[in-house]
Design a protein around this ligand. Structure first.
Ligand code: NAD
Length: 256
């Protein structure tokens, strides 16, 4: 379905980003990976799916590096047809204790980077009259949780950015939608599981059950593959007129 298209997925060396990149590659899209840590393993996983893959290590908190990444992607593959704004970090603390530097980093990586990547990707998408921008928000783009002020503010912000991006392109073939996962067992969440296990003196398995039990009625983690399949749907022709939605995959979290 996505042969001859190019997808750039930010923060795709791990977790949800890698799951989405693999799902798009299975549909034939060439992939530009981004993120920290090991890039060779993820690149090999994508290449094994029979598509072209490349990697750019831009730090998504730095606008100049985002510009360099977008130029690199356009030069390598002609243009970016599908942009998945996924890179994100978390920090958990009450507002009065929240480190100012963590606040700034979360807003820069989880929100502002999506503005920069989108503004740079949109002109070529508009010219081609086809494009998909998929913002990985969170159920925290729809509801709040204590001790996650920066994250919840950034995720509500990216849901707003999604709506405006969709509206500004509503008469074109360029769509923008957001994905709002509940708990997904990635390194980002494993840190929160570890912190709970240590704080309560309980096992890792019990900490996972507690985490789910507090918020997610299904008592199941959503998987990166399930989220990847939602991204594939947003890229399909069935989703041509799906514009500006924030679609939760959260085991019933936001239904309560
Ligand atoms: P993860 O830690 O597994 O992956 C995060 C990715 O972002 C990694 O590739 C990492 O290298 C990259 N990254 C971090 N800082 C970066 C920076 N400055 N520049 C470039 N890349 C950077 O986390 P994940 O759980 O897969 O999270 C991916 C997205 O999904 C985030 O936006 C997160 O907020 C969102 N999300 C996660 C969950 C969950 O339960 N895991 C739930 C809802 C939303």
């Amino acid at each position: 379905m996505l042969a001859n298209k190019t997808a750039l997925v930010t923060g795709s060396t791990s977790g949800i980003g890698l799951g989405i990149a693999k799902a798009l590659a299975r549909q034939g899209a060439n992939i530009v990976l981004n993120g920290f840590g090991d890039a060779d393993g993820p690149q090999a996983e994508i290449a094994a799916l029979g598509v072209k893959v490349t990697y750019h290590g831009a730090d998504m908190s730095k606008p100049a590096e985002i510009e360099a990444m977008m130029a690199f992607a356009a030069k390598t593959f002609g243009q970016v047809d599908i942009l998945v704004n996924n890179a994100g970090i978390q920090h958990v603390a009450r507002i009065e204790d929240f480190p100012v530097e963590r606040w700034d980093a979360i807003i820069a990586i989880n929100l502002t980077s999506a503005f920069h990547a989108s503004r740079l990707a949109l002109p070529a998408m508009q010219k081609a009259n086809w494009g998909r921008i998929i913002n990985v928000a969170s159920v925290h783009g729809l509801v709040g949780s204590a001790e996650k002020s920066a994250y919840v503010a950034a995720k509500h912000g990216i849901v707003g950015l999604t709506k405006v991006t969709a509206l500004e392109n509503a008469t074109t073939g360029v769509t923008c939608n957001a994905i709002c996962p509940g708990w997904v067992l990635t390194p980002l969440v494993q840190k929160q599981v570890d912190a709970k296990a240590a704080a309560l003196g309980i096992s890792n398995e019990d900490a996972k059950k507690q985490l789910l039990g507090e918020k997610e009625p299904s008592m199941q983690f959503t998987t990166p593959d399930e989220l990847g399949q939602l991204a594939v749907f947003f890229c399909s022709s069935a989703a041509n007129n799906v514009r500006g939605v924030a679609w939760n995959m959260d085991g019933g979290w936001a239904a309560q």
